[in-house]
Structure formats: structure tokens, C-alpha cells
Design a protein around this ligand. Structure first.
Ligand SMILES: Nc1ncnc2c1ncn2[C@@H]1O[C@H](COP(=O)(O)OP(=O)(O)OP(=O)(O)O)[C@@H](O)[C@H]1O
Length: 306
């Protein structure tokens, strides 16, 4: 389990992380979501003891990272997939990490096979593609067979097959009962990967909820109706106490928009009041739009500081 309590990081004038508190539970995939510059990497670095908090603390299984004995056996992290020596082979890279942490050679072969790099294990890592680099980073994170995995944007730059592979691997690791925290700036990706979401914007906590609830709360659907009996139908809606507003479609025709209703109900109402509809459709707000809206301040902020 990871516990973040009042975590704050100030870099000069920039408040990168602002009084952040959340818990990451084992057995599920937790998505750490926020636009670029929201403070995800800084938070992860503080959890891993690579950056000192200005205030607050982060605990891993009840202890600050620095107090953990054999940390690689408890926490595996992928922060920067390019952190490898270009002239070392994948095998040498992992062997070096394993050796300095008392991990047997046999485990190197195991993780290479786990990430599908066995066949290129002897090749220089400098020539690896982005996807192979991510796989090598994941192999390094799993070397100590840790209970906790923290991965910063692990699917960045991967092709669809690579993304699916990472998703399946994370699912497998969570099903084994591990704590999995994975960051991303893409809600669409996290909606498919994570069970739970911790959403931040401008260093602040915006949401800490199940992915299902987050999607339900932020994906609004609106029924759109077009009818020659425009005013009559608006009156019928009012009589039923159903809120609606007037709008126009792309061709400039008058429409009625009815939020949070189903086409079944609105179609049924039209039938019951004997009004013919020329159009009855459902407009779904994109989840990504909702995400941009709630984290919008953070994007604005980014534009200002650059
Ligand atoms: N070492 C540093 N010195 C000064 N400012 C920093 C430093 N590291 C991060 N920042 C600033 O802190 C804020 C948060 O950055 P951070 O990298 O944690 O965000 P992020 O959510 O991980 O973004 P990204 O998805 O782009 O990696 C940004 O405004 C960034 O410019």
C-alpha cells in the first residue's frame, strides 16, 4: 500500500504538488491521471525518495522509502524508460542492477522472458526501439519481485499492440495482489486500464474515485429532438417537469436538447402526446472533454509559466 499525506513540493515560485493526500490499494490498478505538468512525476519521485517534500510525507507499506530494507524487493519503478547504458546489452543492464541488489542471476532470465526480450537479451540496449526500452524498464522494475509497482507513463510512445501488452501485464500483476500505480495524461487510456483513478490538476487532488464512478459523473448525455411541432413539444416537456433548452443543429435548424434523459423516454413522451419527431438522437459528451474541463486550470497554468 502507498499512503500520501499532505505531500507538497515547491520549486521556487512553482507549487508543483499542493497538499496531496491519497492511498493506493493492493489488488487493483490505480491510474494517476493529470495533464502535462500536473505534478505526477514529482509526486512519484517523492514517493520513491528521489525528491524531498517541502511538506507532508509518503509511506510505502507504512515506511518512508529511505527506511525500507532491500527496497527493490518492495517497490519497482519505471520513471524514465531511457535510463540505460547504450553500450550495455539488456542482459548486462539487468544483471548489473540485480548484482548490486543481491538478486540471483536466474531472476534476470525470468524477467527478460516475462517482458518478451529473451531473444534480444544480448543486443546493445542503445539500439532498442522506444517499445523495447519500455519493456526493459518494466523488466528492471520487476527484478526484485516487488509488491508495489509504480510506472510513470509506461505506454508513452508505444504502438497499439505494445499498449495492449502493458495493459495485460498490469492486470496480471494486480490480480496477483500487487499494488499498481500507473501515471498517464490520457483519460482514454486510463479508462481502459485502471480500476481506480487519482486525478490531479495543478498539483491538487481533483478526484479519488473508481474509474466507473468517474466516467459516470463526467460523461453527460443529451437527447436531441427536432420536430415541426417545436413549441408544442417544449410545452409537453415542461408539463412533465423535464428540463430542456432550445438549440440549433449544424444546418441551422431548431432543435430541443434534453439533458440526462434516454431516447426511449423522450420517444415515448412524443408518442403519448401524438407529436411526430423528425429527429431523436443521443449526444454524448466526450470523456476527454470532461477531463480537460475539470483539469483546465492546470493546462492554463502550464501555458502561463512556459
Ligand atoms: N526540478 C524541477 N525544478 C523546477 N520545476 C520543476 C522541476 N520538476 C518539475 N517542475 C515543475 O513542476 C510542475 C510539475 O511537473 P511534473 O513533471 O511533476 O508534472 P507531470 O504531471 O509529471 O507532467 P508530465 O506529464 O509532463 O511529465 C511543472 O510545472 C514542472 O515544470
Amino acid at each position: 500500500m502507498i499512503e500520501v499525506q499532505g505531500l507538497t513540493k515547491q520549486y521556487g515560485d512553482v507549487l508543483a504538488v499542493d497538499d496531496l493526500s491519497f492511498t493506493v490499494q493492493p489488488g487493483i490498478i490505480t491510474g494517476f491521471l493529470g495533464p502535462n505538468g500536473a505534478g505526477k512525476s514529482t509526486t512519484m519521485r517523492m514517493i520513491l525518495g528521489l525528491d524531498t517534500p517541502t511538506r507532508g510525507q509518503a509511506l510505502i507499506n507504512g515506511k518512508p522509502y529511505q527506511q525500507i530494507e532491500k527496497p527493490l524487493h518492495q517497490v519497482g519503478a519505471l520513471l524514465n524508460a531511457n535510463a540505460r547504458h547504450p553500450n550495455r546489452s539488456a542482459y548486462q543492464h539487468l544483471r548489473w542492477i540485480a548484482q548490486s541488489n543481491g538478486i540471483p542471476k536466474s531472476r534476470v532470465d525470468e524477467v527478460l522472458s516475462l517482458v518478451g526480450l529473451s531473444e534480444v537479451a544480448k543486443k546493445k540496449a542503445g539500439g532498442f526501439s522506444l517499445g523495447m526500452g519500455q519493456r526493459l524498464g518494466l523488466a528492471a522494475a520487476m527484478l526484485g519481485d516487488p509488491d508495489i509497482l509504480m510506472l510513470d507513463e509506461p505506454v508513452n510512445g508505444l504502438d497499439p499492440e505494445g499498449i495492449r501488452w502493458v495493459r495485460q501485464l498490469l492486470r496480471h500483476l494486480a490480480e496477483e495482489g500487487r499494488t499498481v500505480l500507473v501515471s498517464s495524461h490520457l483519460l482514454s487510456e486510463m479508462a481502459l486500464t485502471a480500476d481506480h483513478l487519482v486525478v490531479i490538476g495543478r498539483g491538487k487532488l481533483i478526484a479519488d474515485t473508481s474509474t466507473r464512478n468517474f466516467i459516470q459523473d463526467h460523461s453527460q448525455s443529451t437527447v436531441v429532438v427536432r420536430t415541426c411541432h417545436h413549441w408544442e413539444f417544449l410545452g409537453a416537456l415542461e408539463e412533465e417537469g423535464i428540463p430542456a433548452w432550445e438549440s440549433t443543429d449544424e444546418e441551422g435548424r431548431a432543435t430541443i436538447e434534453i439533458p440526462d434523459q434516454t431516447t426511449d423516454l423522450i420517444g415515448g413522451l412524443a408518442y403519448s402526446v401524438e407529436i411526430m419527431l423528425e429527429e431523436l438522437s443521443l449526444k454524448q459528451a466526450s470523456l476527454e472533454d470532461a477531463f480537460m474541463e475539470i483539469t483546465g486550470d492546470a493546462v492554463q497554468y502550464q501555458a502561463e509559466v512556459k
